[in-house]
Design a protein around this ligand. Structure first.
Ligand code: SAM
Length: 344
Protein backbone atom coordinates (compact mmCIF):
# COMPACT_ATOMS: atom_id res chain seq x y z
CA UNK A 1 0.00 0.00 0.00
CA UNK A 2 1.21 3.48 -0.85
CA UNK A 3 1.81 5.92 1.92
CA UNK A 4 2.17 9.62 1.26
CA UNK A 5 3.89 12.38 3.14
CA UNK A 6 3.22 16.07 3.31
CA UNK A 7 5.86 18.10 1.46
CA UNK A 8 7.58 19.55 4.54
CA UNK A 9 11.19 20.67 4.11
CA UNK A 10 13.35 19.04 6.76
CA UNK A 11 16.37 21.25 6.20
CA UNK A 12 15.54 24.84 5.44
CA UNK A 13 17.26 25.87 2.23
CA UNK A 14 19.06 29.20 2.12
CA UNK A 15 17.96 31.70 -0.49
CA UNK A 16 20.81 33.26 -2.49
CA UNK A 17 20.26 37.02 -2.08
CA UNK A 18 22.26 37.85 -5.19
CA UNK A 19 20.01 35.73 -7.38
CA UNK A 20 16.86 36.97 -5.63
CA UNK A 21 17.86 40.62 -6.24
CA UNK A 22 18.55 39.79 -9.88
CA UNK A 23 15.16 38.06 -10.25
CA UNK A 24 13.38 40.96 -8.49
CA UNK A 25 14.77 43.50 -10.88
CA UNK A 26 14.25 41.41 -14.05
CA UNK A 27 10.93 39.71 -13.33
CA UNK A 28 9.12 42.69 -11.81
CA UNK A 29 9.71 44.32 -15.19
CA UNK A 30 8.83 41.30 -17.29
CA UNK A 31 5.89 39.92 -15.29
CA UNK A 32 4.62 43.12 -13.63
CA UNK A 33 2.15 42.48 -10.79
CA UNK A 34 2.27 38.71 -11.33
CA UNK A 35 5.86 38.55 -10.05
CA UNK A 36 4.82 39.08 -6.40
CA UNK A 37 2.78 35.87 -6.20
CA UNK A 38 5.22 33.86 -8.34
CA UNK A 39 8.07 35.05 -6.09
CA UNK A 40 6.38 33.89 -2.91
CA UNK A 41 5.82 30.39 -4.35
CA UNK A 42 9.41 30.09 -5.58
CA UNK A 43 10.67 31.10 -2.12
CA UNK A 44 8.58 28.45 -0.34
CA UNK A 45 9.55 24.92 -1.42
CA UNK A 46 7.24 23.44 1.24
CA UNK A 47 4.23 24.59 -0.81
CA UNK A 48 5.42 23.06 -4.11
CA UNK A 49 3.08 20.41 -5.49
CA UNK A 50 4.11 17.14 -7.14
CA UNK A 51 2.05 15.43 -9.82
CA UNK A 52 2.17 11.66 -10.43
CA UNK A 53 2.53 10.51 -14.04
CA UNK A 54 1.19 6.96 -14.03
CA UNK A 55 3.15 4.35 -15.94
CA UNK A 56 0.88 2.52 -18.36
CA UNK A 57 3.45 -0.31 -18.56
CA UNK A 58 3.51 -0.87 -14.80
CA UNK A 59 1.04 -2.74 -12.61
CA UNK A 60 -1.52 -0.02 -11.92
CA UNK A 61 -4.01 -2.24 -10.10
CA UNK A 62 -5.09 -0.36 -7.04
CA UNK A 63 -2.81 2.66 -7.55
CA UNK A 64 -5.34 4.84 -9.32
CA UNK A 65 -8.18 4.17 -6.94
CA UNK A 66 -5.88 4.71 -3.97
CA UNK A 67 -4.72 8.06 -5.36
CA UNK A 68 -8.32 9.10 -6.05
CA UNK A 69 -9.16 8.23 -2.44
CA UNK A 70 -6.32 10.59 -1.39
CA UNK A 71 -8.01 13.38 -3.34
CA UNK A 72 -5.89 13.19 -6.50
CA UNK A 73 -7.60 14.30 -9.72
CA UNK A 74 -6.69 14.02 -13.42
CA UNK A 75 -4.78 16.69 -15.30
CA UNK A 76 -6.67 15.77 -18.49
CA UNK A 77 -9.36 13.14 -19.10
CA UNK A 78 -8.02 9.82 -20.35
CA UNK A 79 -8.35 8.56 -23.93
CA UNK A 80 -6.97 5.32 -25.34
CA UNK A 81 -5.41 6.73 -28.48
CA UNK A 82 -3.32 9.87 -29.10
CA UNK A 83 -5.31 10.47 -32.29
CA UNK A 84 -8.64 10.90 -30.43
CA UNK A 85 -7.46 14.03 -28.66
CA UNK A 86 -10.77 15.81 -28.51
CA UNK A 87 -14.35 15.17 -29.52
CA UNK A 88 -15.43 17.23 -32.55
CA UNK A 89 -16.66 20.60 -31.26
CA UNK A 90 -15.36 19.96 -27.74
CA UNK A 91 -13.48 22.73 -25.97
CA UNK A 92 -11.31 20.27 -24.03
CA UNK A 93 -8.70 17.66 -24.81
CA UNK A 94 -8.16 14.14 -23.62
CA UNK A 95 -4.95 12.12 -23.78
CA UNK A 96 -3.58 8.63 -23.13
CA UNK A 97 -1.30 10.34 -20.57
CA UNK A 98 -2.51 9.73 -17.05
CA UNK A 99 -1.28 12.44 -14.70
CA UNK A 100 -2.85 12.78 -11.27
CA UNK A 101 -2.61 15.98 -9.23
CA UNK A 102 -2.97 16.22 -5.44
CA UNK A 103 -5.42 18.60 -3.79
CA UNK A 104 -2.67 20.04 -1.59
CA UNK A 105 1.05 19.42 -1.23
CA UNK A 106 0.85 15.66 -0.64
CA UNK A 107 3.95 14.02 -2.10
CA UNK A 108 4.04 10.31 -2.90
CA UNK A 109 7.19 8.40 -1.96
CA UNK A 110 9.76 8.01 -4.73
CA UNK A 111 9.83 4.41 -5.95
CA UNK A 112 13.19 2.63 -5.99
CA UNK A 113 14.66 0.88 -9.01
CA UNK A 114 14.16 -2.90 -8.78
CA UNK A 115 15.39 -5.24 -11.49
CA UNK A 116 12.49 -6.99 -13.24
CA UNK A 117 9.82 -4.61 -11.89
CA UNK A 118 8.45 -1.47 -13.58
CA UNK A 119 7.77 1.59 -11.46
CA UNK A 120 4.13 2.67 -11.24
CA UNK A 121 4.48 6.45 -11.29
CA UNK A 122 6.94 9.28 -11.94
CA UNK A 123 6.78 12.38 -9.75
CA UNK A 124 6.98 15.66 -11.61
CA UNK A 125 6.02 19.29 -11.88
CA UNK A 126 2.84 18.73 -13.89
CA UNK A 127 3.55 21.76 -16.12
CA UNK A 128 6.44 19.79 -17.59
CA UNK A 129 3.85 17.73 -19.49
CA UNK A 130 2.78 20.78 -21.50
CA UNK A 131 5.67 20.45 -24.00
CA UNK A 132 4.83 16.77 -24.51
CA UNK A 133 1.13 17.49 -25.02
CA UNK A 134 2.11 20.27 -27.46
CA UNK A 135 4.31 17.87 -29.46
CA UNK A 136 1.31 15.61 -30.26
CA UNK A 137 3.36 12.48 -30.97
CA UNK A 138 1.47 9.85 -32.96
CA UNK A 139 2.13 6.11 -33.17
CA UNK A 140 4.90 5.27 -35.65
CA UNK A 141 6.48 8.75 -35.78
CA UNK A 142 10.21 9.40 -35.61
CA UNK A 143 10.88 11.59 -32.61
CA UNK A 144 14.04 13.29 -31.35
CA UNK A 145 14.29 14.44 -27.73
CA UNK A 146 17.35 16.67 -28.16
CA UNK A 147 18.13 17.43 -24.48
CA UNK A 148 16.58 14.42 -22.83
CA UNK A 149 18.16 13.68 -19.43
CA UNK A 150 16.99 12.67 -16.91
CA UNK A 151 14.15 11.51 -19.13
CA UNK A 152 10.88 12.81 -17.66
CA UNK A 153 9.55 14.06 -20.97
CA UNK A 154 10.79 11.03 -22.93
CA UNK A 155 8.88 8.90 -20.48
CA UNK A 156 5.77 11.03 -21.00
CA UNK A 157 6.09 10.69 -24.79
CA UNK A 158 6.03 6.90 -24.35
CA UNK A 159 2.93 7.18 -22.17
CA UNK A 160 1.17 9.09 -24.92
CA UNK A 161 2.10 7.14 -28.05
CA UNK A 162 4.29 4.40 -29.52
CA UNK A 163 6.77 6.25 -31.73
CA UNK A 164 8.42 4.21 -34.50
CA UNK A 165 11.69 5.63 -33.19
CA UNK A 166 12.43 7.77 -30.14
CA UNK A 167 15.98 9.10 -29.98
CA UNK A 168 16.84 10.45 -26.55
CA UNK A 169 19.98 12.56 -26.62
CA UNK A 170 21.91 14.45 -23.97
CA UNK A 171 25.39 15.95 -24.15
CA UNK A 172 26.21 15.08 -20.55
CA UNK A 173 27.52 11.54 -20.16
CA UNK A 174 26.54 10.94 -16.55
CA UNK A 175 23.08 12.43 -17.13
CA UNK A 176 22.69 10.15 -20.18
CA UNK A 177 23.36 7.16 -17.92
CA UNK A 178 20.72 8.44 -15.51
CA UNK A 179 18.34 8.81 -18.47
CA UNK A 180 18.90 5.20 -19.54
CA UNK A 181 18.26 4.02 -16.01
CA UNK A 182 15.03 6.03 -15.86
CA UNK A 183 13.82 4.45 -19.09
CA UNK A 184 14.73 0.94 -17.90
CA UNK A 185 12.80 1.50 -14.66
CA UNK A 186 9.56 2.30 -16.49
CA UNK A 187 9.60 0.86 -20.00
CA UNK A 188 9.46 -2.85 -20.91
CA UNK A 189 12.31 -4.20 -23.09
CA UNK A 190 10.05 -4.72 -26.14
CA UNK A 191 9.14 -0.99 -26.18
CA UNK A 192 12.69 0.06 -25.24
CA UNK A 193 13.89 -1.55 -28.47
CA UNK A 194 12.37 1.42 -30.34
CA UNK A 195 14.31 3.91 -28.17
CA UNK A 196 17.93 4.91 -28.69
CA UNK A 197 19.93 6.86 -26.12
CA UNK A 198 22.77 8.96 -27.53
CA UNK A 199 25.33 11.23 -25.97
CA UNK A 200 26.23 14.00 -28.43
CA UNK A 201 26.08 17.77 -28.62
CA UNK A 202 22.56 18.53 -29.82
CA UNK A 203 23.88 21.44 -31.87
CA UNK A 204 25.51 18.97 -34.27
CA UNK A 205 22.49 16.70 -34.85
CA UNK A 206 20.69 18.98 -37.33
CA UNK A 207 23.57 18.96 -39.80
CA UNK A 208 24.37 15.27 -39.20
CA UNK A 209 20.74 14.13 -39.69
CA UNK A 210 18.89 16.72 -41.78
CA UNK A 211 15.11 16.31 -42.21
CA UNK A 212 15.03 12.92 -40.47
CA UNK A 213 12.44 13.40 -37.71
CA UNK A 214 8.68 14.04 -37.66
CA UNK A 215 8.82 15.75 -34.26
CA UNK A 216 11.65 17.25 -32.21
CA UNK A 217 11.53 18.36 -28.59
CA UNK A 218 14.07 20.94 -27.39
CA UNK A 219 13.70 20.99 -23.62
CA UNK A 220 16.60 23.37 -23.41
CA UNK A 221 19.24 23.84 -20.73
CA UNK A 222 18.14 27.04 -18.99
CA UNK A 223 18.42 29.00 -15.77
CA UNK A 224 16.16 26.84 -13.66
CA UNK A 225 14.50 29.52 -11.52
CA UNK A 226 13.37 27.12 -8.78
CA UNK A 227 16.80 25.69 -8.05
CA UNK A 228 18.88 28.78 -8.88
CA UNK A 229 17.21 30.74 -6.08
CA UNK A 230 18.76 28.28 -3.62
CA UNK A 231 22.27 28.43 -5.08
CA UNK A 232 24.73 27.77 -2.25
CA UNK A 233 26.83 30.90 -1.75
CA UNK A 234 27.33 34.20 -3.59
CA UNK A 235 30.32 32.94 -5.59
CA UNK A 236 28.27 30.19 -7.18
CA UNK A 237 25.49 32.76 -7.66
CA UNK A 238 27.85 35.04 -9.57
CA UNK A 239 29.01 32.15 -11.75
CA UNK A 240 25.44 31.27 -12.61
CA UNK A 241 24.49 34.83 -13.41
CA UNK A 242 27.44 35.00 -15.79
CA UNK A 243 26.45 31.66 -17.35
CA UNK A 244 22.92 33.03 -17.73
CA UNK A 245 24.07 35.62 -20.26
CA UNK A 246 25.44 32.82 -22.49
CA UNK A 247 22.42 30.53 -22.38
CA UNK A 248 20.37 32.24 -25.13
CA UNK A 249 23.18 31.57 -27.66
CA UNK A 250 23.20 27.87 -26.80
CA UNK A 251 19.39 27.73 -26.81
CA UNK A 252 19.17 29.40 -30.22
CA UNK A 253 21.76 26.99 -31.68
CA UNK A 254 19.91 23.99 -30.26
CA UNK A 255 16.60 25.21 -31.66
CA UNK A 256 18.16 25.83 -35.12
CA UNK A 257 19.65 22.33 -35.02
CA UNK A 258 16.21 20.89 -34.17
CA UNK A 259 14.65 22.76 -37.10
CA UNK A 260 17.30 21.30 -39.41
CA UNK A 261 16.65 17.78 -38.08
CA UNK A 262 12.87 17.91 -38.56
CA UNK A 263 11.30 17.08 -41.94
CA UNK A 264 9.39 19.74 -43.89
CA UNK A 265 5.92 19.91 -42.31
CA UNK A 266 7.30 18.52 -39.03
CA UNK A 267 6.99 20.16 -35.64
CA UNK A 268 9.50 21.40 -33.10
CA UNK A 269 8.56 22.23 -29.51
CA UNK A 270 10.89 24.52 -27.56
CA UNK A 271 10.57 24.59 -23.78
CA UNK A 272 12.38 25.90 -20.70
CA UNK A 273 11.67 25.99 -16.98
CA UNK A 274 12.63 29.65 -16.56
CA UNK A 275 10.50 32.80 -16.54
CA UNK A 276 13.23 34.72 -18.35
CA UNK A 277 12.12 36.46 -21.53
CA UNK A 278 15.71 36.37 -22.83
CA UNK A 279 15.66 32.55 -22.78
CA UNK A 280 12.05 32.23 -23.94
CA UNK A 281 10.39 34.63 -26.39
CA UNK A 282 13.67 36.31 -27.40
CA UNK A 283 15.17 32.98 -28.46
CA UNK A 284 12.08 32.16 -30.51
CA UNK A 285 12.07 35.64 -32.02
CA UNK A 286 15.74 35.33 -33.01
CA UNK A 287 15.13 31.94 -34.63
CA UNK A 288 12.04 33.14 -36.54
CA UNK A 289 14.11 36.06 -37.87
CA UNK A 290 17.14 34.03 -38.86
CA UNK A 291 15.66 30.69 -40.08
CA UNK A 292 13.67 30.92 -43.32
CA UNK A 293 10.73 28.55 -43.81
CA UNK A 294 9.75 28.35 -40.14
CA UNK A 295 6.39 29.41 -38.74
CA UNK A 296 4.94 29.78 -35.28
CA UNK A 297 2.25 27.18 -34.67
CA UNK A 298 0.21 28.32 -31.70
CA UNK A 299 -1.13 25.71 -29.26
CA UNK A 300 -4.74 24.67 -29.71
CA UNK A 301 -7.31 26.62 -27.70
CA UNK A 302 -8.63 23.26 -26.43
CA UNK A 303 -5.24 22.43 -24.92
CA UNK A 304 -4.81 25.81 -23.24
CA UNK A 305 -8.48 25.78 -22.17
CA UNK A 306 -8.19 22.34 -20.56
CA UNK A 307 -4.94 23.12 -18.78
CA UNK A 308 -6.10 26.54 -17.56
CA UNK A 309 -8.26 24.64 -15.06
CA UNK A 310 -5.02 23.64 -13.31
CA UNK A 311 -2.28 25.99 -14.51
CA UNK A 312 -1.94 29.77 -14.47
CA UNK A 313 -0.66 31.27 -17.72
CA UNK A 314 1.20 34.59 -17.86
CA UNK A 315 0.33 37.38 -20.28
CA UNK A 316 3.39 37.34 -22.53
CA UNK A 317 4.97 40.27 -24.31
CA UNK A 318 5.76 39.66 -27.13
CA UNK A 319 2.97 37.03 -27.37
CA UNK A 320 5.19 34.18 -28.58
CA UNK A 321 4.49 30.86 -26.86
CA UNK A 322 2.91 30.20 -23.46
CA UNK A 323 4.33 30.49 -19.95
CA UNK A 324 2.93 28.63 -16.93
CA UNK A 325 3.60 30.61 -13.76
CA UNK A 326 3.30 29.17 -10.25
CA UNK A 327 0.69 30.54 -7.88
CA UNK A 328 -0.35 29.48 -4.38
CA UNK A 329 -2.56 26.39 -4.57
CA UNK A 330 -1.50 25.75 -8.18
CA UNK A 331 2.26 25.85 -7.96
CA UNK A 332 2.93 24.29 -11.38
CA UNK A 333 5.64 25.92 -13.49
CA UNK A 334 7.63 27.89 -14.41
CA UNK A 335 7.36 26.30 -17.85
CA UNK A 336 7.63 28.08 -21.18
CA UNK A 337 6.49 26.33 -24.35
CA UNK A 338 6.52 27.44 -27.96
CA UNK A 339 5.73 25.32 -31.03
CA UNK A 340 7.21 25.86 -34.49
CA UNK A 341 6.61 24.19 -37.83
CA UNK A 342 9.14 23.76 -40.58
CA UNK A 343 7.43 24.66 -43.85
CA UNK A 344 10.02 23.49 -46.40
N1 SAM B 1 14.09 16.90 -20.94
C1 SAM B 1 14.62 16.53 -19.65
C2 SAM B 1 13.53 15.89 -18.83
O1 SAM B 1 12.34 16.11 -19.09
O2 SAM B 1 13.86 15.13 -17.90
C3 SAM B 1 15.24 17.73 -18.94
C4 SAM B 1 16.29 18.42 -19.78
S1 SAM B 1 17.24 19.61 -18.88
C5 SAM B 1 16.14 20.95 -18.80
C6 SAM B 1 18.37 20.15 -20.10
C7 SAM B 1 19.38 19.09 -20.51
O3 SAM B 1 20.13 19.62 -21.61
C8 SAM B 1 20.42 18.73 -19.46
O4 SAM B 1 20.31 17.37 -19.13
C9 SAM B 1 21.77 19.03 -20.12
O5 SAM B 1 22.76 18.06 -19.85
C10 SAM B 1 21.39 19.01 -21.60
N2 SAM B 1 22.27 19.79 -22.51
C11 SAM B 1 22.96 20.91 -22.26
N3 SAM B 1 23.63 21.31 -23.35
C12 SAM B 1 23.33 20.41 -24.34
C13 SAM B 1 23.73 20.26 -25.68
N4 SAM B 1 24.55 21.13 -26.25
N5 SAM B 1 23.24 19.22 -26.39
C14 SAM B 1 22.40 18.32 -25.81
N6 SAM B 1 22.02 18.41 -24.52
C15 SAM B 1 22.46 19.44 -23.80
Amino acid sequence: RLSSKSGKCRTRRQVCQLILDHFDSQYSQELGDQWGSVRSVLLNPHCWQHGALLNRFGDLAGVQSHLHSLGYHSLVPHSHSPASRSEPGSSHICSPLRCLLPEGVTRLPTQRHRAGWLKQYYLLNAASLLPVLALQVRDGEKVLDLCSAPGGKALAVLQEAMPGLLRCNDVDESRSKWLLKTLQSYIPPAVLSTVTVTNTDGRAIGSAEPQVYDKVLVDAPCSNDRSWLFTPGPQQGELWLRARTQLPHLQKDLLCSALAAVRPGGMVVYSTCTLSRGENQSVVEAVLTSCPGVELLDLEEELIGSLSQHFTFARLQPPLGHLVVPEHGRTWGPMFVCRLRRLY
